[in-house]
Design a protein around this ligand. Structure first.
Ligand code: PGA
Length: 245
């Protein structure tokens, strides 16, 4: 089974989100699970639209705390009726909101405790890659996180290798991204590090033109698609290519 996440980030109106979800709901897949990572404010409405379909929903973030005086935060407990997954520790949150591994570990525990599958982001930045430290960086990230979280099983945690420099909107990238071979090597490394226990998907400029060459690697269990998931036709094309890969 392959997992294809549409990470809309801070895009789309409610009407656009509803229309997109209604179209995805009409499609039938056997080999792929589509997961829409919607702005949190739409999850309640979208969960009604998607009832009875095999399309899942994800939050793009959750709070690190269970409940209480945390103005503006939304807890995993509050989100659990509306989504099955949550992206945790996306590189954009590390860059713009200074999220660190301690906070990220707390969020992962909140998700697991509330039966939301955390999609945990690991990856290095441009400078770390340039200095040849990519594997050392993701090893360190995983070691800190795995030490701090409740024992997750294969069904309650998913990882995404998401190199910051390969994101389509990254400053230096201009939509070029990674190579499938480099992504495969990093996934092989991560699969070993995590004892083959969890699905690991890839995130970084995945689009219709290149998705088959990522997805056909056995170490790559799916994709986190940002920019190319905003356009309905592109996202459907990706789902169909993966379904038939
Ligand atoms: P992108 O985003 O597909 O636009 O590169 C990927 C991500 O957010 O990880």
């Amino acid at each position: 089974m392959k997992y294809i996440f549409a990470n809309w980030k801070m895009n789309k109106s409610l009407a656009e989100a509803m229309a997109f979800s209604q179209e995805i709901k009409k499609l039938k897949f056997k080999n792929v699970i589509p997961i829409i990572c919607s702005p949190v404010i739409y999850l309640s409405e979208l969960s009604k639209v998607l009832t009875g379909s095999n399309v899942k929903l994800a939050a793009q973030n959750i709070a690190a705390w269970d409940n209480g005086p945390y103005t503006g935060e939304i807890s995993a407990r509050q989100l659990a009726p509306f989504c099955q997954y949550a992206i945790i520790g996306h590189s954009e949150r590390k860059i713009y909101l200074n999220e660190n591994l301690d906070l990220i570990s707390k969020k992962i525990n909140q998700a697991i405790n509330n039966k939301i599958i955390p999609l945990v982001c690991l990856g290095e930045n441009e400078a770390e890659k340039a200095s040849g430290k990519s594997q050392a960086i993701i090893k360190e990230q995983w070691q800190i996180i795995s030490k701090n979280i409740n024992k997750p099983g294969p069904d309650n945690l998913m990882l995404v290798y998401e190199p910051q420099w390969a994101i389509s909107t990254a400053k230096d990238n201009q939509g070029v991204g990674d190579t499938p071979e480099n992504a495969q090597a990093m996934h092989q490394f991560l699969k070993g590090l995590t004892e083959n226990k969890f699905p690991i998907i890839y995130g970084g400029s995945v689009k219709p033109e290149n998705c088959a060459s990522y997805i056909d690697k056995k170490e790559i269990d799916g994709a986190l698609v940002g920019g190319a998931s905003l356009d309905l036709a592109s996202f459907i094309e990706i789902l169909k290519l993966v379904e038939n890969a």
